[in-house]
Design a protein around this ligand. Sequence first.
Ligand code: GLC
Ligand code: CA
Length: 555
Amino acid sequence: MQGKQWYKDIAVYQIWPRSFCDGNGDGIGDLTGVLSKLDYIKDLGVDAIWFSPLYPSPNADYGYDIADYKDISPDYGTLEQFKTVIDEAHKRGLKIIMDLVINHTSDRHKWFLESKKGDDNPYHDYYFWRKGKKGAKKPPNNWRSVFQGGAWEYDKNLDEYYLHIFAKEQVDLNMDNPKVREEVKSILRFWLDLGVDGFREDVITYISKKEGLPNGFPLPVGTGMEHFTNGPHLREYLEEFRAVLDEYDCFTVGEAPMMTPKTALKFIKEDDKQVLNMMFHFQHMSADNIIHNWMRTPFNPAKLKRVYNRWQTKLYGKAWNALYLENHDQPRIISRYGSEKYRVESGKMLATMYICQSGTPFIYQGQEIGMLNANIEHIEDYVDVSTLNNYQMFKKFHLPEKFIMSLCKYASRDNARTPVQWTAEKNAGFTTADKPWFAVNPNYREINVAAAEADPNSILHYYRKLLRFRKENPIVRYGDFELLKTAAPVFAYRRRYEGKTLLVINSFSANEQDFRAPYDFNMHAADLVLSNYDTAPLVHNGFVMRPYECRVYLK
Ligand code: GLC
Ligand code: CA
C-alpha cells in the first residue's frame, strides 16, 4: 500500500491573482484582496492555495512570462506582503503553492536581454539561439508554437533565431545548460526558504528538447512536440530538482500535456525513482474536443468515463491522481460538461463526480459558486494571447467570422479569467475602481458569493459539504475504483475501503435516465450521504435519475 503523505489528504484552491479580488481599488486583483478572503477560502474546506504566477511580468501571457523569479509583481503587492499572506495562511492551516514557470522566461527577463547582446555573452547559451536556413530566410526547424504560428523568432542584430514554444515573448530556456539548472534550484530554495509548501510546475514535461532540435512531423499535423514532450533528459533534470525539494517538506504537481497513465508512472510512481508527486494530465478535458479546445466536438460522456477509469485504476496503489475540472486555461465546466439551464444541479453533480474519485482535488476560483463562460461577442474584447492567435489563424483559412466567434466563446481562456463575482453590487464587488481590468460577467447579479452564502441550496454550500465529507471519510481518498455498467450519460462508480463501500452516481443528461445498482449493493440498506435534489425516491434497487442528478451512498 502506498504512503499517506499529507498532500493526499488536502484539497487545493487555485487563485488567478489578477481576477480574484482587488484590495487597493486600481481594478486589478492583488494580495491585499487575497488577505481579505483567506477566511472565505478556509471556510470552503480546502487546505492549500495554489497561486498562478505572482511574479513581475510584462503580461504577454498574464504572468506566465516571468521577468523576475525572485520578486512579486507590483500589480499584486510586495514580497513583504506575500510573506504576510504565507504567515496568515499558515495560521489558518492553509498551505501555499507557487507556480514554477521554468520552461521559458519573459523576453524582458534580464537573462534574455543579456543573451541578445552577442554570441559571447555569458547568458547567450541560456536560450536556444540558432542560425536560420536558406540565408536566414527560414527558421532552424519546422516546430510550431502551442499558441499558433512558428516557434522561432528572428533577431536581426544577431542574425539568429530564438525558440519559443509558446508566445514569442516567452523564450524557451536551454535546460541542457547546467547554469540554467542552478538558477532553477536557486529559485526553488528562494521560495521554500520564504515558507511556501510546494510547486505547480508549468509545462514541466517540455523542459528537455531533443538534441540537435530536429524537424518534427510535417504540417498540417506536426508541431515538433514529439521532440520536446517528455524529452531525453527530463527525468535527469527532475531528479536534480528533487534533490533540493527533498530537503523540505513540500510537494510538486507537474503540468503534463498529452500525458498518459503509462508514461506518468515513469515520473510519479511512488518508489525511490519518483520525481514528481502528481501530474495534471489533460485527457479528461477532451470529452468535448479533439486534443484541444479549439477542435470542438459534442460532449461525449463515454469518452470521459473511459479516461477516468484508466487513470483511477492504473494509478491505484502506485501513484496519486491530481483531480481538476477547471483552471485558468479551461473554459467554465458547467458551460461545457454540464448545463447552464441546470446550473445548480449540474454544478453539484460535476463537483461530486470528480471530488469523490481518488486523488487531490483542485478547485478554481469561481468554480465553487458555479461561474459560467463569459460569452464575449467581439474579438476586440478578448485579451488572451492564445485566443487572439487562434482567431488570426482561423481568419487565414477564411472561415466565417460568426463561426470563429462561436469557437472563441466556447474555447477562449478568457472565459475563466473574468473577475470573481463576490456580490450583486457594482463590478460584482471585485473592485471599487470604475472599471475592472477585465469585464465582469453580466450574470453577476444572480451568480455571486453573497447570494450563494444566503442560499442553503447553493453550489457553494454543496462544495463545503462535499469537501467535509471527503475529509471525514478516508474511503473517498483511499478507496479503490470500479466503473459500473450504466446507460451512456450516467457515470457511476463504486469505491471500497476497509470494509466500507461508496456508490457514486452521476447523470450527464437533461433527460431522465434509469439507474440500477449492482445486485450486491442494497441501496435500501445504505446511507444517502450527498445528493443534489431534495428527495431521493428508490425504485427497486435503483431509481429514475432526474436531470443532472447525483447521489452518493455509503454502506
Ligand atoms: C501552462 C499555463 C498556461 C500558459 C502556458 C505557458 O499551460 O497553465 O496558462 O499559457 O503554460 O506558460
Ligand atoms: Ca489592485
